[in-house]
Design a protein. Structure first.
Length: 332
């Protein structure tokens, strides 16, 4: 039963951006050991595009292990707090490294101890998620003290650095030339766009993988059929995180009610509880309603592209496209 509950998250679908990110992170790790300068990479994407999943899958291959020489921690994986400080970040890293005195000492003392622990534990890579927190939205500026500390840490330890975050994290690099100079071109994790043939094919491939995994346990509408694919796109805006979330909800609901059949209406209810709370689309007909016309229309695409965006960004997008549009349904 536990495996059935986790069937969605256990369905790993390595689409092209996921594969590229995984390969390049691995490359950073492999060549950082004897590289004359730090090897740094940024994984960038909107919320729910899969940044964190890439890091989690990668880090799971390099779990800490106890050897004759002591504890080996090849990767130091850490998530930035919402308001990071050097002292707080050093404490967090020390705690992850297993230092029992992680909260003692000055900022400088903690940094020195961290470097020593990384050397002794054979740590060759730092993986930092939520990197956008290094940019202070309130002050509209980069936390330069944090960025400089991270740069020096990477320089001194010769560890590869992989950062991941929302597009706003690129401001940290753009406003810190020395740190930016250490980075290769970023890997962008896109939201899938139904109007892009390559994106649409990949999105359908992902649905096919979920059809195979979920469909082996439940009787479900064919996710890999084009009409259902368009419904799923309109429901999630092409964001894999939202797709997984509502499918997970549908599976959980079926388990809790001892059902072996998941219907279109079950998808509607699962989507409503998992995703359908976005204010900007709350008055729109559910893509899983039987009344929904699953045929291409510009309005449907525009609505889907707003899913997951901050309200302010949605308002800006709508103001730029305020000219009335006429829906022209056509075959998908």
């Amino acid at each position: 039963m536990d495996s059935l509950r986790h069937i969605v998250e256990n369905t790993l679908v390595p689409h092209s951006a996921f594969v590229e990110a995984s390969i390049r992170i691995e490359q950073c790790m492999r060549y950082a050991v004897d590289s004359p300068e730090p090897v740094c990479l940024a994984i960038v994407g909107e919320s729910r595009t899969g940044n964190t999943r890439v890091l989690e899958e990668y880090a799971s291959k390099y779990s800490p292990a106890r050897t004759k020489e002591g504890l080996n921690i090849p990767i130091l994986a850490v998530k930035s707090p919402s308001k990071p400080t050097v002292k707080g970040m050093a404490e967090l890293m020390l705690q992850i490294m297993g230092d029992p005195r992680f909260d003692s000492g000055t900022e400088n003392a903690k940094t020195i101890r961290l470097k020593r622990l990384m050397k002794n534990a054979g740590t060759y890579q730092i993986v930092l998620d939520e990197f956008q927190h290094f940019y202070d939205k309130g002050l509209r500026g980069v936390m330069h003290h944090m960025a400089d500390w991270l740069k020096i840490l990477v320089d001194d330890t010769k560890a590869a650095l992989v950062v991941s975050g929302l597009p706003s994290c690129m401001a940290v690099l753009e406003q810190n030339e020395q740190l930016a100079g250490r980075f290769f071109a970023p890997v962008v994790m896109p939201r899938f766009d139904w109007t892009n043939t390559e994106h649409r094919e990949e999105f359908m491939g992902i649905l096919g993988a979920f059809q195979e995994s979920i469909g082996s346990h439940f009787d479900i509408p064919r996710l890999d059929h084009e009409e259902m694919g368009f419904r799923c796109y309109c429901a999630t805006g092409g964001l894999i995180g939202y797709l997984s979330k509502f499918l997970r909800s549908a599976v959980w609901n079926a388990i809790d009610t001892n059902k072996k059949i998941i219907t279109l209406d079950d998808f509607r209810l699962a989507h409503k509880s998992a995703v359908w709370s976005c204010e900007q689309i709350s008055n729109t007909l559910s893509p899983f309603s039987r009344k929904f016309q699953a045929t291409f229309a510009e309005e449907l695409i525009a609505q889907a592209r707003e899913i997951g965006l901050p309200k302010a960004q949605v308002a800006v997008s709508r103001s730029k496209n305020s000219t009335p549009r006429v829906a022209r349904p056509r075959n998908i």
